[in-house]
Design a protein around this ligand. Sequence first.
Ligand code: NIG
Ligand code: FE
Length: 419
Amino acid sequence: MAYLIKNISQLITCRNNFNHPKYGKEQSDIGLIENGNVFVDKRKIEFVGNTAALRKFLKNYEKKNFKVIDGKNKTVLPGFIDSHTHFVFSGSRAVEYEMRIKGHTYEEIAKAGGGILSTVNSVRKTSKKALLNISESRLSNFVKNGTTTIEGKSGYGLDTKNEIKMLEVLNDLNNKNTFGLDILPTFLGAHSIPQEMSKRDYIELVCYEMVPLIAKKKLAKFIDVFCERGYFNAKESQQVLSIGAKFGLIPKMHTDQFNSVGGINTAINVNAISVDHLEEIEFTDIKNLQGKNIIATLLPGVSYFLDITYQPARVLIENNIPVALATDFNPGSCMTENMQMIMSLASLKLKMSAEEIINAVTINAAHALFLQDKLGSIEPGKQADLLIFDFDSYKDLLYHFGINQLQTVIKKGKIIYNS
Ligand code: NIG
Ligand code: FE
């Protein structure tokens, strides 16, 4: 089916004139077209431009039969890309949440046997089919808040069988899910250390059994590690990530969340695509990241949910580090699927501008998943993943908070949600 979204008050294309993620001043360039038009045919964007350009396009376009959607008083954006989540899990950690409200920290709860390991216990007991159903049912909460592409991690199995089970769920969902979302799988075997094994033995298992098997079965695009005191140090992280890279998995890192333990140096050494969290990143490490093309993926929902330090977005942007934003949706440190909530936090708490935020959840997030040629901006040839908001200025996206102003979500050219 072909259709034209016509006379859109503000069309935010996020077009990228560079082949790198946007950084520094570029991070504010959103490619705004007033009274813009988008022509979609099947799954793809065919045309983007103002009314004069549209006339020319239609004159030469062979198809004369298409639907028209009125864009007056609307703002259109690329679908949001949530480049860091742990949405495949079972069980609830609401009890831990209450403990934290009473004053216990995330680290204390983890030390007492809660935390990641409590979700591991639950996931190990859940069948693959049940895990798939629970995870798929979560997708609607992402979609109705504007997310059209999701990265998802393993890391709650911590043994070969259950890590593979989680990755198979992610792959099965990518092949088929209710909304046709693109789902990108990340292997996070090095998320924590299972109780039944020493850390040294577990690292061997991850490196010499899991990684080769996962690569052979083509179950993951990325490899990730939790580089943190009490989890994996910089050297151990480097071992895991460089073996993953040898097998064709692209390195990502959880680093500098509670402590700065040398993770940024590791990320540079293994040529990671992104460094995620960064609540405690040091200024010298920000300087070291300059010119490396590594994306800083900030997760302000974690700072909110755990009541910890927020990420230094301004310092990163002013030092020319490309910034992306993601939910980190997971049962322990950020229980929200809502990218609009994350954007509001980025505005108020990270002091990012509306323009910087919009690029951070679209084109830069696409770069963080190595999808920049297909997704992340509204440009001819790209997949038609579009959001229609019920306001005539994108500034309202951040100004008017706590409600959902999203009217329509389009994925691969198809309307998958209408408010
Ligand atoms: O990104 N930091 C490590 N991993 C997750 C939390 C996982 C959990 O608590 O279950 C995170 O915050
Ligand atoms: Fe995470």
